[in-house]
Design a protein around this ligand. Sequence first.
Ligand code: DLL
Length: 436
Amino acid sequence: MERYYQPEIECASRDQIRQWQSERLVKQVRNVWDNVPMYRKRMEETGVSPEDIQSVDDLYKLPFITKDDLRDEYPYGLLARPLNECVRIQSTSGTTGRRVVAFYTQHDIDLWEDCCARAITAAGGTKDDICHVSYGYGLFTGGPGLNGGSHKVGCLTLPMSSGNTDRQIQFMTDLGSTILCCTPSYAAYLAESIHEKGLQDQIKLKSGIFGAEAWTEEMRRDVEEKLGIKAYDIYGLTEISGPGVAFECSAQDGMHINEDHFIAEVINPKTGEVLPDGEKGELVFTSITKEAFPLLRYRTRDICILSREKCACGRTHVKMTKPLGRSDDMLIIKGVNVFPSQIETVLMNKGYAANYQIIVDRVNNSDTIEVQVEMTPEMFSDSLSVVANKEKELVAALKAMLGIYAKVKLVNPKTIARSEGKAVRVIDKRNLYQNK
Ligand code: DLL
């Protein structure tokens, strides 16, 4: 039997959802007009005033906002509430230069945790469950979001955070964890380690809630089989709240977007034109219930398809496919958002030319990144120790910029293939977006 955390909302009629969206949107537009100078300026430039927004049908009139706007307004520019009403900050996993900071009032946290509670309940979670949260805790939204959702459902919550795989497995077997929340690549790694230790019979897991990065149907089947669970996808982004913006139900065929809090649109990333359901494009969100950090028409850069076809689970909220790619060049490596431009900045600062290639792969279910960069003729050396020292120096500088380890391989001048068109900077061998 399908379970819901908030059945009256999750299974509301389409008319009811539309009415909520319209009322909340009108209020939110007035709110940002009054309280966030950037929105008022943008709306004035576009020739839109709050009176022009009477319902969701008018949403298209509002200007888009992007990650660049968030960076320009960093840190406090987009706050819609006084700072002393905010109780929490979270931040995207991208580091230096690209960091985005989101603010929450207590009410914002409450609604965000409701969204995560809906996801956990859809994955079969009840107060009888032991919910093992192995997403990172801290600035990253994964740990705190699922932790809060788990409390709301009433599960016994294990705030494991990520890493220390032996301890994870020990707690899992000793305490009898029944729901696992972590990135899909960590789930695959845990599954493999459990099998290596021959402990699969001592695992009591029944479901997993995996997201924050792309994963394929093949990976789902593999993890489901190895751990004897049902694996559910969960989607979200810090800017809009964190995990739980959308989540999978028992149909395991796309994720329901929590439309009472977020209005979803899909647009043509080149022209900005709004596309009908069923067409592939960039996902855009408007947060209609956020108090501290409301974003209107925020371009996620995630490519997906929306569907309003009736779902077997009984939920009525629109479904999104798994992200099918991105309209920018952001990579997610070990859960960390990485932009090739950050790597280029490090190389340039250290005196290298723009002849480099970034090779991303997945080895034993763990992401790897290697940066191959040409030495300039002036720095060329055939002494192995000189080269090794230069590589070490770059590894440290990249770690400082990205927050993760990237292998560096210095190669001789003129050995990286030159392109006649656009340079091919990134070779991603993971094939993560092969679903549709
Ligand atoms: O990854 C929030 C999250 C935590 C979601 C835990 C699910 C579970 P950010 O670090 O801000 O937030 O990264 C957001 O990650 O724009 C997508 O490109 C990607 N992403 C998130 N969930 C999925 C998913 C968290 N299920 C960015 N499948 C988003 C594919 C995902 N990509």
